[in-house]
Ligand binder design. Structure first.
Ligand code: IPM
Ligand code: MN
Length: 351
């Protein structure tokens, strides 16, 4: 008999609605583990606004060291109005992306049955694409500075850094993803203005497409916004830089019915651990009201299971979440999470 499978998953529930949605994601993953025969050993970390206000630490080195050893990380949301903007975003979330070298931010954009898109006349099959956002370079590196601060000569720079190696590994992941899907890769950039970085991306994309046999298309970032609204079916896999990917995926979430179902995976495809989080933030305005939609967190847990190689479990969690979506607004966070977990456990749809 083979040894039982088990995974250690660090949980950074974080702030606002983070803990509420993560609790439901855990339930769904647990139900999948019970059904498909693996165990999940959750390790909770109290990182976030409270910890920072108490100790001034966003991500202590010792904790980072522990996080390097787990199989995966599930994150709820970070940020609260009583913490200055940027402190937790840069100090916790972006630091994890950089330190763990999570160079792909994979964001599915999928319209599920029973979810209303703001676009007229679209059916679920019309919106089904994935964005592969480069996740460790671009303007996010924090290169730059301010001189003559506060004076009339004040100047600020924010330097975007793209490396051949960084761009290429992201494109290789995107091409592999395209091969699993419809085989179509669209590079999104702004080569008509950003001629240096754009040229690097363009040449690397052509080479990777040629090598891997995927059909390569190109759209400027502004045009890609237009197409996402006017003709989302033209996209299969989009590969793009960090900032364009950030912006495009909020638009992607909007056309697919909002942030309630937008999941993401921050991946290092070559070594563990990777980090999984809903695209939405901490939503302090609805925290504690039971109104947060846990589906984005549940779908992030599905991506986590998939990355661990638990394909059937991942599919069951996604199916459970999707089955619970029609009429989801009528349920509390916890009630919806219970319906999803029941569906995952039993393999049927909730009533
Ligand atoms: C996201 C978020 C983050 C980003 C913020 C919170 C730093 O908007 O994951 O899309 O800009 O990447
Ligand atoms: Mn964003």
């Amino acid at each position: 008999m083979s040894a039982p499978r088990g995974y250690r998953v660090a949980v950074l529930a974080g702030d606002g609605i983070g803990p509420e949605v993560v609790a439901e994601a855990r339930k769904a993953a647990e139900a999948a583990g019970a059904r498909f025969g693996f165990g999940l050993d959750w390790v909770d970390y109290d990182l976030g606004a409270d910890r920072w206000l108490r100790t001034g630490e966003a991500l202590p080195d010792a904790v980072l060291g522990e996080l390097r050893e787990v199989d995966a990380i599930l994150l709820g949301a970070v940020g609260r109005p009583d913490v200055p903007p940027g402190v937790l975003e840069r100090g916790l979330l972006l630091r994890l992306r950089f330190e763990l070298d999570l160079y792909v931010n994979l964001r599915p954009v999928k319209l599920y049955p029973g979810v209303a898109s703001p676009l007229a006349d679209v059916k679920p099959d019309d919106i089904d694409l994935v964005v592969v956002r480069e996740n460790t370079e671009g303007v996010y590196v924090g290169a730059g500075g301010t001189v003559h601060r506060g004076g009339p000569a004040e100047a600020a720079t924010e330097t975007s850094i793209e490396t051949r190696a960084g761009v290429e590994r992201c494109l290789r992941f995107a091409a592999a993803k395209a091969r699993e899907r419809a085989g179509r890769l669209t590079l999104v950039h702004k080569t008509n203005v950003l001629v240096h970085a754009g040229d690097l991306w363009q040449r690397a994309a052509r080479e990777v497409a040629e090598e891997t046999g995927v059909a390569l298309d190109y759209a400027h970032a502004d045009a890609a916004c237009l197409y996402l609204v006017s003709d989302p079916g033209r996209f299969d896999v989009i590969a793009t830089d960090n900032l364009f990917g950030d912006i495009l995926t909020d638009l992607g979430a909007a056309i697919a019915g909002g942030l309630g179902t937008a999941a993401s995976a921050n991946l290092n495809p070559d070594s563990s651990p990777s980090l999984f989080e809903p695209v939405h933030g901490s939503a302090p305005d609805i925290a504690g009201t039971g109104r947060a939609n846990p589906v984005a967190a549940v779908l992030s847990a599905s991506l986590l299971l998939d990355h661990l190689g638990e394909r059937e479990a991942a599919a069951a969690v996604e199916a459970g979440a999707v089955a619970a979506l029609p009429g989801a607004a009528g349920y509390s966070t916890q009630a919806l999470g219970d319906r999803i977990a029941t569906a995952v456990a039993g393999g049927g749809s909730p009533n």
